[in-house]
Design a protein around this ligand. Structure first.
Ligand SMILES: Cc1cc2nc3c(=O)[nH]c(=O)nc-3n(C[C@H](O)[C@H](O)[C@H](O)COP(=O)(O)OP(=O)(O)OC[C@H]3O[C@@H](n4cnc5c(N)ncnc54)[C@H](O)[C@@H]3O)c2cc1C
Length: 302
């Protein structure tokens, strides 16, 4: 771990909440639905679509899970009534997976059906490998009846290519990311180049099979190589989108995407859990400390 990472991690817990807020503000829309709606409107006006995420995960109380599901419903209603270009991203353990797959499925169906009525779309984020089977199984089951559902696949998992090969005949919409959790080397690639090669192999699979793919990455080398693939397969603009986390600098690439008429979707987290989220993420993945520090000193793209 670098000296900078060490310093930031050691001082985070003793920093006043107000100072942590300055850092979190770079990455989080705010506390309330209206903060998220306000930022979404702003991003839409600059040409970006959005996916809103209510911060939180691993909820084990049924009342709280039901509450959270209702907040997502309200979010869908507000997006609709304000004519915003945004779908929502939901973590399976935020709406019940830690209690059991049936609780998750029940709430997932509730959200997908509501979204369908409002002409919107729900994406289930992918959490650690302990949740992969349940998330894919739930996605597959709901997808049989409702096409306004998507999930996420992680390029660092060795299983992902074959998971997706099996889904390619079903016209799915998936997000591809590298993966953020600390997985065992037995099941996950650990090397930067291996992860990137797998990412490209999977993107190629989607392009060849006419599947819709959300290309979620801030890696500019990878982005350049994705441009080459898009070019090689003459992929139409309505078969992919680029996705980025709110606040992460992309050195002008977002504007380049827009100039090319490529859709860009910004993942926008919000909610009262911003403090815990920032501290936990820092502890779990010290590299984020480096990213936070870097982003404070670099220019945002919007
Ligand atoms: C829209 C979106 C949705 C995601 N959803 C999921 C999900 O459902 N499940 C999951 O496991 N992971 C998810 N991730 C996280 C992803 O898996 C990676 O861990 C993360 O994006 C870093 O990988 P990278 O492709 O950006 O490349 P990296 O090689 O890790 O990073 C490339 C460069 O991007 C910058 N960077 C990367 N991340 C950040 C950051 N957070 N803050 C500031 N700078 C950064 C750094 O400068 C770094 O050098 C998502 C990422 C995005 C963009």
């Amino acid at each position: 771990m670098s000296l900078l990472n060490n310093i930031i991690i050691k001082t985070m817990p003793i920093l006043p909440k107000k100072m942590v807020k300055i850092i979190a503000d770079k990455y989080v829309a705010g506390n309330t639905i209206s903060d998220a709606i306000h930022k979404t409107k702003n991003l839409n006006s600059q040409g970006y679509e959005v996916t809103i995420d209510l911060l939180g995960e691993h909820i084990k109380e049924l009342d709280e899970i039901n509450n959270i599901t209702n907040i997502y419903i309200e979010l869908l209603e507000q997006i609709h009534s304000k004519n915003l270009l945004s779908n929502i991203s939901v973590k399976p353990t935020h709406i019940g997976l830690d209690i059991g797959i049936d609780t998750f499925k029940k709430n997932a169906i509730k959200l997908v059906e509501k979204a369908q009525k409002l002409n919107n779309f729900i994406r289930f984020d992918m959490e650690s490998s302990t949740t992969t089977d349940a998330t894919i199984e739930t996605f597959k089951e709901i997808h049989k009846e409702h096409k306004n559902i998507g999930t996420v696949f992680q390029a660092y998992l060795k299983r992902t290519y074959s998971d997706l090969e099996n889904l390619m005949n079903q016209q799915i919409n998936f997000r591809l990311c590298k993966g953020i959790y600390n997985e065992d080397a037995g099941i996950a690639y650990k090397d930067y180049n291996e992860i990137n090669e797998n990412y490209l192999k999977i993107a190629e699979l989607a392009f060849k099979n006419d599947s819709y793919i959300g290309l979620a990455t801030h890696d500019l080398n990878l982005t350049k190589r994705l441009y080459d693939l898009i070019d090689k397969y003459s992929v139409p603009n309505d078969k992919f989108e680029f996705q980025v986390l709110y606040g992460v600098p992309m050195k002008g690439w977002l504007q380049k995407h827009l100039d090319n008429k490529f859709k860009v979707r910004v993942y926008l987290p919000y909610g009262p859990q911003w403090y815990e989220y920032s501290i936990r993420r820092l502890k779990e993945n010290p590299n984020i400390a480096k990213y936070v520090a870097k982003s404070i000193f670099s220019k945002r793209d919007y």
